[in-house]
Ligand binder design. Structure first.
Ligand code: SF4
Ligand code: SF4
Length: 254
C-alpha cells in the first residue's frame, strides 16, 4: 500500500487542467486556420484549387474557409507562397450553428451555452450514446481517449452509455451512410426528449472526404437536428473537450 502511495505521489496529476489556458500542444498540430487575404496576390486562387473538398473559396469579400468541410490536410497552406492561409495549433473550433464554422475575416464564433432550462437538465449530468455512422474510425479513436485519465471527460458529468434509452443525446461520427440512416433515425427516436446531438468531425458535419458520394448523406444534420458541430479530421480531443463544456455553460463562450 505504501508503495502505491509513493508511486501516486511521484506521478502527480495527469489530467489536463481544462477549461483554462490551453496546455502546450505540438507546433505541428493543425488547428484553427488564420486567413490573411491581404497577402493574396491579385487573381491568385492556388489555395482554392489545392483544396480537395471545396472548403476554401475566394470572392469579392476575400477568402472563406469552411471549417466543417476542412480536412486539415495543409494543402492550401503549402500552395500559398505568401502565407495567406496559415494553421495554428489551437484545437478550439466547436460551434453551435453550421454557419459559424465559416471563417471570413472575423475569426471563429465558438459555441455558446445552451439555454437555462437545458443547462438545468444536462449541466451536471449528460449521458451520450455514440453512433458511428460510416467514416474511417479516426474520430471514434479521438472520442475514446476522452475517457482516459488525461482528458477525464467524466469530471464534467459527461459519460458515454451503451443504450439510447439511457442517453440524453447522441454523439455522431461519420458521414451517415445510406445503410446507417435508418439506424441513426431509430437511435435518435429512442433517446427520450429533450435530447442533444453532437456532430464530431468533418464527415459528420459535411460528409468530409466522402462528400457528394451517392452512398452517404453528407453528414448528420440532414437526418437529425444538430446542437454542436466539432470540426476536424479528426478533431483533437481537446477540441471536443472544449466544445462540450461550452455547450453546458462550463467554459467561457469567448
Ligand atoms: S487544409 Fe482544409 S481548406 Fe486547406 S486544402 Fe486541406 S481541406 Fe482544403
Ligand atoms: S472526419 Fe476524418 S477522421 Fe473523422 S471519420 Fe471522417 S475521415 Fe475519418
Amino acid at each position: 500500500m505504501l508503495k502505491s502511495w509513493l508511486v501516486r505521489a511521484r506521478q502527480g496529476h495527469r489530467t489536463v487542467p481544462y477549461p483554462g489556458p490551453l496546455p502546450a500542444l505540438p507546433e505541428r498540430l493543425r488547428g484553427l486556420p488564420v486567413l490573411q487575404p491581404e497577402k493574396c496576390r491579385s487573381g491568385c486562387a492556388e489555395c482554392v484549387a489545392a483544396c480537395p473538398t471545396g472548403a476554401l473559396s475566394s470572392g469579392p469579400e476575400g477568402l472563406r474557409l469552411d471549417l466543417g468541410r476542412c480536412l486539415f490536410c495543409g494543402e492550401c497552406e503549402a500552395a500559398c507562397p505568401d502565407g495567406a492561409v496559415r494553421f495554428t495549433n489551437d484545437p478550439r473550433m466547436a460551434a453551435r450553428r453550421r454557419d459559424d464554422l465559416v471563417l471570413g475575416g472575423d475569426g471563429p464564433r465558438l459555441a455558446a451555452a445552451l439555454g437555462d432550462e437545458s443547462r438545468r437538465l444536462f449541466g451536471r449530468s449528460l449521458r451520450l450514446r455514440v453512433v458511428s455512422a460510416g467514416g474511417c474510425n479516426g474520430c471514434e479513436v479521438e472520442v475514446n481517449v476522452l475517457n482516459t485519465i488525461v482528458f477525464d471527460l467524466g469530471r464534467f458529468g459527461i459519460q458515454f452509455v451503451a443504450s439510447p434509452r439511457h442517453a440524453d443525446g447522441l454523439l455522431i461520427t461519420g458521414p451517415v451512410t445510406r445503410n446507417m440512416e435508418h439506424a441513426l433515425r431509430k437511435t435518435w427516436e429512442a433517446v427520450p426528449g429533450p435530447r442533444l446531438v453532437i456532430a464530431v468531425g468533418a464527415c459528420a458535419i459535411s460528409g468530409g472526404p466522402y462528400a457528394g458520394h451517392p452512398e452517404q448523406l453528407d453528414g448528420a444534420a440532414g437526418v437529425v437536428p444538430v446542437d454542436l458541430f466539432v470540426p476536424g479530421c479528426p478533431p483533437h480531443p481537446l477540441g471536443i473537450l472544449d466544445g462540450l463544456p461550452r455547450l453546458l455553460g462550463r467554459a467561457s463562450s469567448t
